[in-house]
Design a protein around this ligand. Structure first.
Ligand code: NAD
Length: 307
């Protein structure tokens, strides 16, 4: 496949490198000049549990790209989705598929401003990715991808894209129930990412404070209630167990939203807690804890923006 990865940070670099190694024609598109320069000079360094390798592939600013991708994989943070897609609008043909495995809600709607719903694939991935430095991505531990076309239709093209991911060692299934996975991850992130980011604390700091643990679980219950009111059968006990496990086992973990705050970058809070609160208001579900965390993160983001 001819593939463009728009937003080639931690996840975009991981996916782009694996697909290039599997023989696809991959171009990475990003706005991080140091990262682009490192990839073009030395190749992309990929470190996984299988070892280390260097992948040679082109890395450009989006407006420099003159290809016509069969598949565009969107891996910016959600707050940059529209600006990024705008910068490649002229490259998106009627036959271009756009795949988003970004976190949060509303990804299909944002992409739908640029391509037809029949060409959008949305999903969820548990693959971890870390940008260790310019041109250097790390991913350790297993992962999975659940995805489905935004209009819910099965097609040979959708299956071919899933096959390409699987062929690149990225375990993937086509799953009509993908919205359950998307909402369950939003429930997890809406709880732990936002508390850690508001408090600038690793997960262990939350685990050590009983009332903070209770807050995390209360957010999970709220998000699951909103999902269920929206007709999505999210599994509350399952997400609660995942949060409890993270609190016990991953005390040193810095959620990606916390990493953004510590690096002075705007967060994805609007597509996580923000989108949940908007849906809750539409559906008449009370979400006081999720809303309070949204308020705190808006202050954090506002202060970051103000410098
Ligand atoms: P990241 O910050 O490492 O990468 C995002 C990249 O987008 C950056 O390199 C940035 O320079 C680039 N970018 C910003 N604006 C752009 C623009 N206008 N045009 C082109 N590129 C632009 O983020 P990430 O960790 O790779 O996460 C990407 C998405 O995947 C997020 O929605 C995140 O929540 C989700 N996700 C991340 C992980 C993870 O472990 N990192 C796991 C699952 C899902």
């Amino acid at each position: 496949l001819e593939i463009a990865v728009l937003g080639a940070g931690a996840m975009g670099s991981l996916f782009g490198a694996r697909l290039a190694l599997a023989g696809h024609a991959v171009t990475l598109l990003d706005v991080n000049a140091a990262h682009l320069a490192a990839i073009n000079e030395h190749g992309l360094k990929l470190v996984t549990d299988e070892g280390e390798c260097r992948v040679t592939l082109p890395a450009l600013r989006p407006e420099e790209y003159d290809g016509r991708p069969e598949l565009l994989i969107l891996f910016t943070k959600t707050l940059h989705t529209r600006a990024a897609l705008e910068s490649v609008r002229s490259r998106l043909g009627a036959d271009t598929w756009v795949l988003s495995l970004q976190n949060g809600l509303g990804n299909a709607e944002a992409i739908g401003e640029f391509v037809a719903p029949q060409r959008i694939i949305v999903g969820m991935t548990t693959y971890p990715g870390d940008l260790a430095g310019p041109g250097h991505v790390e991913s350790h531990g297993p992962g999975v991808i659940h995805m489905m076309s935004a209009d819910g239709a099965a097609s040979p093209e959708l299956n071919a894209i899933a096959a390409a991911l699987n062929g690149a060692g990225l375990v993937c299934d086509v799953d009509p129930g993908v919205h359950v996975s998307i909402w369950e991850k939003v429930a997890f992130n809406g709880a732990l990412n936002s508390i850690c980011s508001a408090t600038r604390s690793v997960v262990g700091g939350v685990a050590a404070v009983p009332v903070a643990r209770a807050l995390a679980l209360a957010v999970v219950d709220e998000v699951v209630a909103v999902a269920r009111a929206a007709g999505i059968a999210a599994d509350g006990p399952k997400v609660r167990a995942l949060v409890e496990h993270a609190l016990e086992a991953h005390g040193g973990h810095k959620p990606s939203m916390l990493q953004d705050v510590l690096a002075g970058r705007q967060t994805e809070i609007e597509s996580i807690n923000g989108a949940v609160v908007a849906a809750a208001d539409r559906l008449g579900v009370a979400v006081p804890n999720t809303r309070a965390l949204l308020a705190l993160l808006r202050v954090v983001d506002g202060n970051l923006k103000a410098g």
